[in-house]
Design a protein around this ligand. Structure first.
Ligand SMILES: Cc1cc2nc3c(=O)[nH]c(=O)nc-3n(C[C@H](O)[C@H](O)[C@H](O)COP(=O)(O)O)c2cc1C
Length: 142
């Protein structure tokens, strides 16, 4: 993988946001480990073993594509929950589709469509007894 090459990472430091350097520091090791798990154990860390997924994309010319996609994703997640299903937004898949046109082609998604979200859907392997704990959210009353 190109990010492993220190010379390439050095060049990346002079590009806006040093994307390759950031990727190397934050994700390289865990992606490598995930690929090893996939190869050796058949463990799917990308989609968490979900058997289905929904891709939300927009056609060119849509007025508010990002907002539409965000609203659709929220509704899909809630509807799935109501049906007893579990979901997980998979940002890694969105990034992969942005960076490698072969994935969109293989999925039959027209080139001009922009992919905004990928949602993995499946039957959850665990049942929560109560809502998951949350960090305190500060609310300002005016
Ligand atoms: C835009 C977006 C992209 C995400 N991408 C991933 C992903 O690629 N893989 C993953 O396991 N979770 C992904 N998540 C899920 C987050 O890890 C999860 O929403 C976060 O941990 C909060 O989870 P909770 O609301 O269940 O506590 C993504 C979430 C969002 C909003």
């Amino acid at each position: 993988m190109v990010a492993k090459n220190p010379a390439v990472r050095m060049i990346s430091r002079f590009t806006p946001g040093d994307q390759l350097g950031v990727y190397y520091r934050e994700y390289y090791d865990s992606v490598l480990e995930a690929l090893r798990e996939w190869d050796e154990e058949g463990k799917d860390r990308l989609f968490h073993g979900a058997p289905a997924g929904i891709i939300i994309s927009s056609s060119p010319g849509a007025t508010t594509p990002k907002e539409d996609a965000l609203l659709a994703a929220g509704q899909i997640v809630l509807a799935a929950q109501a049906m007893g299903l579990g979901t997980c937004l998979i940002g890694f898949a969105v990034e992969a589709m942005k960076n490698d046109p072969r994935i969109k082609r293989a999925m039959g998604i027209p080139k001009k469509e922009k992919v905004h979200a990928v949602i993995a859907i499946g039957h959850p392997s665990i049942r929560y007894q109560r809502p998951a704990g949350r960090h305190h959210v500060p609310i300002n009353f005016l």
